[in-house]
Design a protein around this ligand. Structure first.
Ligand code: C2E
Ligand code: MG
Ligand code: MG
Length: 703
């Protein structure tokens, strides 16, 4: 391995002084050099401002027998120079020299430091044998500004020439490797030595040299470019086959950063940044492969569209940062459920798509969905909030429900839509009737536009009973659409559509006016006055002129504000808390009552109750629905009762359907109730009868 040793010694360290009187260049190879005025120093400088021991050079060993020089101010015992030392214009005490550094001993006395390869040094020496001398061997090892010790000859290169020669190849930051046609390394520059210390040991086994000999191609100007990965780094290797010299010379460019950037871009193009899951683009590519594969092998696969129930509410009430964390947790739980060949993608918002590959039968997709829904039975704990996530799943099976990606996704989505319609937290398989239903919804949207114009909207009224006093305390106005084509349509079907299309504003105004007019009419008839409750939608609450509309309506109808109550849900309030709070406060100041509808479903912190001027809190019917002696809902309702007393609010339980619920609520001191047990929502004529007959009915209800 003679060659190896030679190569290691090839690197030379040079200190080149530039004096007014001339130039002196020193090879550095000893472990230490003392520099200064003292005659016993290894490098003597007799110049103004130079201390006796001005500086010291110390060899510092690096890996693979390489070394560098560290320059320190003063001598080795720590006595500093009088005027200090600088490198590249900066004062230093200790500094590891790098190629091209300029050492300032004084303003006038400076030296350049170079690292060069012996081959080019040899080349330089040919030009100027006198210039390059090791300090040890040099017959004259002192510099003097007075005496010009070395005369520059014609052949002597200038410092800039040295610099150029030194930097062209050897000091190029680009590693350069040359091998001959037999595969022997004939040249490595400094950078190649530093960057690939294994080259000499591994020779042709080194990734950068592998395959070079086998593919020798000396056609004129032949250049081959390839990418080589070495551990975590990527390199681009430009291989020149030099015909005349029978040499193979490679220039190595580090493209790790570029590759990383490229990979990052690729990653971003195919992944969702928040959850780290593959995105739609990724899915699109993957599913076409899946379709081809399953077609060839006659296999089934399932697409599941998954959506978090009421995620919008969570986001609106708990804020986006918690919303984001919930999405991440959801993604993790989802991922934990799949097998290795399956795929989970974030589709957007709170929608995810799972692809279950190669299933034996659709039942596997059902089992997966059940498992998935079960994982969410444990709540997420987030900043003190216990969050119970529920999700809905729609399933489409290849090839039965669609032969291509588009159709399968459309049908899985339709199944999801149906799941949501029928009560959420469940899964459904696609069936062709679902597509019909979606088409119907489109039709619904266009017909709704006509509904207001054609006076197809009507209000039904549902009584709110105080069971302690036995009185009808109020009536809730509930909108219905009497469609000539569709029959009586419930608000759940068209309110979301009306919100989407903006129709909700004129529709809301109509409800308010009609309910107030109706109430006034009953008062004029001499019935005991009742408060009428009107539901407000999110858009209505954000309407800048809502106060004006309410004021004008009450005035034109001649109804006293105390006979109107406005119902808002939690999630509506969270849309723009500050504005909502101000608007509701102004309405309250006007004398209108305010109630919180569907309380308990909106994830809002109870602290919100204090922020808004609520008179009434309506316990959502989901708490009342399965109320029995042992149910957890009992303790929730009990807590709501305690809380409302603290805030001095009335409580109404919604959805009371039977006597058992009534009794349990009564035991909890809940006095006001609304529900089918007392009456369904009724048309104005029916409710009039109801009110007139109430005294007799009351007797029936409470016995
Ligand atoms: P909500 O304000 O919570 O109204 C109560 C809903 O529960 C009504 O449904 C009512 O018919 C139903 N309900 C009453 N008692 C019982 C019971 O004992 N059991 C069961 N299962 N249900 C009962 P409806 O009329 O279909 O209204 C649904 C929702 O539509 C309302 O919920 C309200 O949020 C919205 N809505 C209704 N009318 C309007 C309106 O004029 N404007 C706006 N913005 N929303 C409205
Ligand atoms: Mg309501
Ligand atoms: Mg409600």
């Amino acid at each position: 391995m003679l060659y190896l040793q030679e190569k290691k010694q090839n690197i030379q360290h040079i200190l080149a002084f530039n004096l007014t009187s001339g130039e002196r260049v020193f090879y550095l190879d000893e472990s230490q050099y003392a520099i200064g005025r003292h005659p016993q120093n290894s490098i003597v400088i007799n110049a103004e401002g130079i201390s006796r021991h001005h500086a010291t050079l110390i060899q510092k060993h690096k890996e693979n027998d390489h070394f560098s020089y560290v320059i320190i101010d003063g001598n080795i015992e720590g006595y500093k120079s009088r005027n200090g030392l600088a490198v590249n214009g900066k004062r230093i005490d200790k500094y590891e020299l790098k190629h091209g550094d300029i050492v300032h001993f004084t303003k006038e006395v400076t030296a350049h430091y170079y690292i060069i390869d012996q081959e080019s040094q040899g080349f330089i020496q040919k030009l100027t044998p006198n210039v390059f001398l090791t300090a040890k061997d040099s017959p004259i090892n002192s510099l003097s500004t007075d005496t010009q010790l070395i005369q520059r000859t014609e052949k002597n290169p200038t410092l800039s020439e040295i610099k150029n020669l030194a930097s062209v190849v050897e000091l190029s930051p680009v590693p350069i490797i040359e091998i001959n046609s037999e595969g022997t390394i004939t040249y490595l520059n400094h950078s190649a030595n530093l960057k690939f210390p294994d080259l000499e040991k591994t020779q042709l086994q080194h990734p950068l040299l592998q395959g070079l000999i086998e593919k020798q191609n000396y056609n004129n100007g032949s250049l081959v470019i390839r990418e080589v990965d070495i551990q975590e780094q990527s390199f681009e290797q430009h291989i020149h086959y030099l015909a005349k010299e029978r040499l193979i010379r490679s220039y190595i460019f580090d493209i790790t950063q570029r590759k990383k950037a490229e990979n990052d871009l690729k990653y971003h193009a195919f992944h969702d940044t928040l959850t780290g899951l593959p995105n739609r683009t990724f899915f699109d590519q993957h599913i076409s492969l899946m379709v081809n594969n399953c077609e060839r092998h006659q296999k089934l696969f399932a697409i599941l569209f998954i959506d978090i129930d009421s995620f919008k509410n969570i986001n609106d009430t708990l804020g986006h940062s918690i919303g984001d964390r919930i999405l991440k947790c959801f993604a993790q739980r989802l991922t934990s459920q799949i097998r290795s060949g399956d795929l989970v993608c974030r589709w957007g918002g709170d929608e995810f798509v799972v692809l279950l590959s190669e299933i034996e039968n659709p039942d596997e997709a059902a089992k997966f969905s059940e498992r998935l829904l079960q994982t969410f039975e444990h709540p997420l704990n987030m900043e003190g909030h216990q969050i119970y996530l529920k999700s809905s799943v729609g399933i489409a099976i290849y090839p039965e429900d669609g032969q291509d990606a588009e159709m399968l996704l459309k049908h899985a989505d339709a199944a999801l839509y149906r799941t949501k319609e029928s009560g959420r937290n469940h899964y459904q398989f696609y069936n062709p009737e679902m597509s019909l239903e979606i088409a119907e919804n489109f039709a619904l949207e266009s017909q709704l536009h006509e509904a207001i114009k054609n006076n197809e909207l009507i209000l039904h009224y549902q009584p709110q009973i105080n069971i302690k006093t036995g009185q009808v305390y109020g009536l809730e106005a509930l909108i219905r659409w009497q469609s000539p084509k569709l029959g009586l349509v419930r608000p759940d079907k068209f309110i979301p559509l009306a919100e989407k299309t903006g129709l909700i504003l004129p529709m809301g105004e109509w409800v308010l006016k009609t309910a107030c007019q109706q109430n006034k009419k009953w008062q004029k008839m001499g019935l005991p006055p009742v408060r009428i409750s009107v539901n407000l939608s999110a858009q209505q609450l954000q309407q800048p002129n809502l106060i004006e509309i309410v004021e004008n309506t009450l005035e034109s109808v001649g109804l006293d504000p105390e006979w109107l109550e406005l119902e808002v849900t939690e999630s509506i309030l969270m849309k723009n808390t500050a504005l909502a709070s101000q608007t509701l406060q102004e309405l309250r100041n006007m004398g209108v009552y305010i109630s919180m509808d569907d309380f308990g479903t909106g994830y809002s912190s109870l602290g919100y109750l204090k922020k808004f001027p609520f008179d009434t809190l309506k316990i959502d019917q989901s708490f009342v629905k399965e109320l029995n002696q042992n149910s957890q809902d009992l303790s929730i309702i009990s807590a709501i009762m305690t809380l409302s007393r603290g805030f001095n609010m009335r409580v109404i339980a919604e959805g009371v359907e039977n006597k058992e619920q009534l009794k349990l609520l009564q035991e909890l001191d809940c006095e006001e109730m609304q529900g089918y047990f007392f009456s369904h929502p009724l048309s104005p004529e029916e409710i009039l009868n109801y009110l007139l007959k109430f005294n007799q009915q009351k007797h029936l209800i409470f016995t």
